[in-house]
Design a protein around this ligand. Structure first.
Ligand code: TXA
Ligand code: MG
Length: 320
């Protein structure tokens, strides 16, 4: 596999030609790195599923550069239009009815599509250079930690088959996947908590987002990819820990004297800022999984604002 290359104009052009030829390119987005592919090329999508070791019943998010293209794929409801006006481009994915039936493997046989306009300039430049929609799941192997740098992507596929190109656009600004909302009705339904906080959605809609009864219930899979176990480091994680045990690494949150310890310790946010914590989550877990520790003990994270998304990822990571 080739080393990451900087996401310059020339490399973005090259990436667009790779997509046209049915190849796979790892790309930076503002949330996490994605594995980009042409959603209308079933062969390329099949190769992507194999690369990620992803079950084929798990559909991909469609990325577009502008609203007109979103409208070609999806039936935009008034709610969707309102949300798009406020939050696109940005870390919000909307699940909507398909405008016309499409049998692409990328949609896994559903009559709906998950779609978003990313705000990362490199992702937008690639979408424009390719001049079509791009499907992109997170650029990691299924169940493992999501990648927030080009190096994480490289590490995830090193030693085996990988994407045809890795574009390096620096660390992802948000560091956590997009929030996914079902926007087919009048009120948004949460399918996956993510980088856009539900409070902001509430402010725009005037309605609270409908939460599934129990985001944690193993049998409620509203979004096919919200598997029980997901986002997991290679070593076990232990939640709600007040300190690390022998040979464990520690992921702290908020002020508090963890600095003197001998075990590897990182702090998601020393000031207790939940947005900063969300942006550090995956990158710090990547670092700690490589620290030589036998497990990662993680401090409790408040379940407010983006804490909902952080705790969603952590509970799935902790399952065996
Ligand atoms: O931030 C993100 O959303 C990143 C970047 C690369 O855009 N992408 C990402 O993709 O997180 P992925 O494949 O890791 O997660 C997509 C989620 C999966 O849980 C999948 O099941 C769900 O979106 N999904 C896709 N199509 C859907 C649909 N029609 N209805 C419900 N859920 C859907
Ligand atoms: Mg993923």
């Amino acid at each position: 596999m080739n080393l990451p290359v900087p996401a310059t104009k020339i490399h973005i052009q090259k990436a667009a030609s790779i997509l046209t030829a049915g190849g796979i390119v790892a790309i930076p987005t503002e949330t996490v790195y994605g594995l980009a592919v042409n959603p209308e090329n079933d062969g390329a999508v099949a190769r992507l599923y194999t690369l990620k070791n992803r079950p084929a019943f798990n559909p991909l998010i469609i990325h577009v550069a502008h609203l007109a293209l979103a409208e070609q794929w999806a039936k935009m409801t008034p709610l969707a239009r309102n949300l798009a006006d406020h939050f696109w481009p940005g870390p919000l994915t909307l699940v909507l009815d398909l405008r016309t039936p499409r049998s692409h493997l990328a949609l896994a046989g559903l009559k709906t599509v998950a779609i978003r306009i990313p705000s990362s300039t490199q992702a937008l430049d690639l979408l424009k250079a390719f001049s079509g929609a791009i499907a992109a799941p997170s650029a990691n192997r299924s169940e493992t930690l999501s990648p927030t740098t080009a190096h994480h992507v490289f590490k995830s596929f090193a030693g085996g088959a990988g994407p045809d190109m890795i574009l390096d656009g620096g660390p992802s600004a948000f560091g956590l996947e997009s929030t996914i909302l079902d926007a087919r009705g009048d009120v948004p339904i949460l399918l996956r908590p993510g980088s856009l906080s539900l409070d902001r959605v509430h402010d725009v809609c005037g309605n609270p987002v409908i939460l599934p009864h129990d985001l944690d219930a193993p049998d409620t899979i509203l979004s096919p990819g919200q598997m029980r176990r997901h986002y997991a480091p290679r070593i076990p994680v232990r939640l709600n820990a007040s300190s690390a045990g022998k040979d464990e690494a520690f992921l702290a949150f908020g002020p508090g004297g963890h600095d003197e310890q001998s075990y590897p310790t990182l702090n998601l946010s020393k000031t207790g800022n939940i947005t900063e914590a969300a942006s550090n989550l995956f990158s710090m877990l990547h670092t700690l999984e490589e620290s030589g520790a036998i497990a990662i003990a993680i401090a409790p994270i408040p379940n407010t604002g983006l804490g909902l998304a952080i705790n969603d990822r952590l509970t799935r990571a902790a399952r065996s």
